[in-house]
Design a protein around this ligand. Sequence first.
Ligand code: PAN
Ligand code: ZN
Length: 188
Amino acid sequence: MNIGIQPASLTTDWASGRVDGAGVVRARRTIGDLHGLFTDEAARAALPQDRLAYATECAFPVAEGTAGGLFWGTTIIEPGLVGDEYLMTKGHFHAHADRTEFYFTYAGEGLLLLMDRARRCRAERMVAGSTHAIPPDTAHRTINIGSVPLSFGACWPSDAGHDYAAIARDGFAARVRRIAGVATVVAA
Ligand code: PAN
Ligand code: ZN
């Protein structure tokens, strides 16, 4: 009996990181969405509010909150500065705080900023091929420190959820600033 062979319902372009397929959800975060994220709020407010900061393309093969499933997605952060800080993601803890995640870089140059519950921060360099295991109870934010888009993939549990509130309220204890032309991690 011929069971048949189907093409995969989901594709990932390993050069660009672009994810495609039925059910892929695309989202955009603009400069206007990043209110309060940067030290220099006046510099952020002076930029076009509809300018793209980062985009996501994600596959959710099971419903959000399902135990045992996995989600798959790509984030592409535009290059650019707001004051002396680089464009970056909002950053979050997982709502289900012990849930972990893998990040892996397709293209560009970035930093992955990690912060534990004691607000201790560290940063890992993101370059094509770099692969990052995000531990439990660890907030994560990505920063594009290069001059081209930073594209990275993520794979995380479908019951992780996102807690943006703690970061929106308290921020990270470290920031990445462009100092004398060099991306530098400093205490916030
Ligand atoms: C990623 C992030 C994505 C965008 O898929 O959600 O990079 O960053 P923010 O969610 O902080 O805006 C992930 O970490 N998922 O858990
Ligand atoms: Zn996450």
